[in-house]
Design a protein around this ligand. Structure first.
Ligand SMILES: CC(C)(COP(=O)(O)OP(=O)(O)OC[C@H]1O[C@@H](n2cnc3c(N)ncnc32)[C@H](O)[C@@H]1OP(=O)(O)O)[C@@H](O)C(=O)NCCC(=O)NCCS
Length: 166
């Protein structure tokens, strides 16, 4: 963790431009590949962004030392995917917040932006395949494990979390 005091004014936008979508991918690479050491193929072979809605979180970061310039940097992302052939359900995927700004509620705000997007798109339920160690995070946000049995995905234990009746 961090010096989160130097990160201000968090914003979340729906990433519609190629540039913003690329920033989402860069955050995912930083968190999942570089930090958590998932195999690079998890990102390089992923083709689902073409059917996804992405959100990007940014913060303003104060310059260090003599450099007083403030820059806006990408710090988090989340994406919505279709769920099999059920149009009323969507999948919450690739939630990531860079380590420097964790604990500032950006994860929660990204999930809230996602949920608003899901409602606006007429979805009635959300499913997440989440890592087991984040169970507390999802449960605090109202998601429940319906089958209390973890399974291995991308090399680590996961649960399926659901939020229904949006
Ligand atoms: C999961 C992640 C997105 C959370 O982001 P964050 O911005 O630090 O989370 P927030 O600050 O919004 O936390 C919201 C609440 O959840 C809690 N929380 C966070 N991680 C938790 C965990 N593993 N277990 C229980 N509670 C947790 C926080 O303490 C906070 O609780 P509070 O409201 O009582 O203070 C971030 O840790 C991350 O990117 N991790 C690496 C990638 C990852 O694991 N993604 C999820 C894949 S399923």
């Amino acid at each position: 963790m961090t010096n989160s005091a130097s990160y201000q004014n968090p914003q979340i936008i729906c990433a519609t431009t190629l540039e913003d979508k690329q920033k989402c991918i860069e955050v995912r690479i930083q968190v999942f590949i570089k930090e958590l050491e998932y195999p690079p193929e998890v990102e390089s072979l992923d083709t689902l962004d073409s059917v996804a809605t992405l959100w990007l979180a940014t913060c303003e970061k104060a310059g260090d030392g003599d450099d007083s310039k403030t820059t806006t940097i990408p710090v988090g992302t989340i994406r919505m995917l279709p769920y099999d052939d059920d149009d009323t359900v969507c999948v919450l995927s690739r939630l990531a917040v860079v380590s420097e700004v964790r604990g500032m509620k950006l994860g929660q705000k990204l999930v809230e932006a996602f949920e608003q997007g899901a409602k606006d798109a007429g979805k009635k339920a959300i499913m997440v395949q989440g890592v087991a160690e984040k169970r507390g995070f999802y449960e605090a946000l109202g998601y429940t494990v319906e089958t209390d049995e973890a399974y291995i995905k991308d090399g680590s234990p996961h649960y399926q979390f659901w939020k229904r009746n949006l």
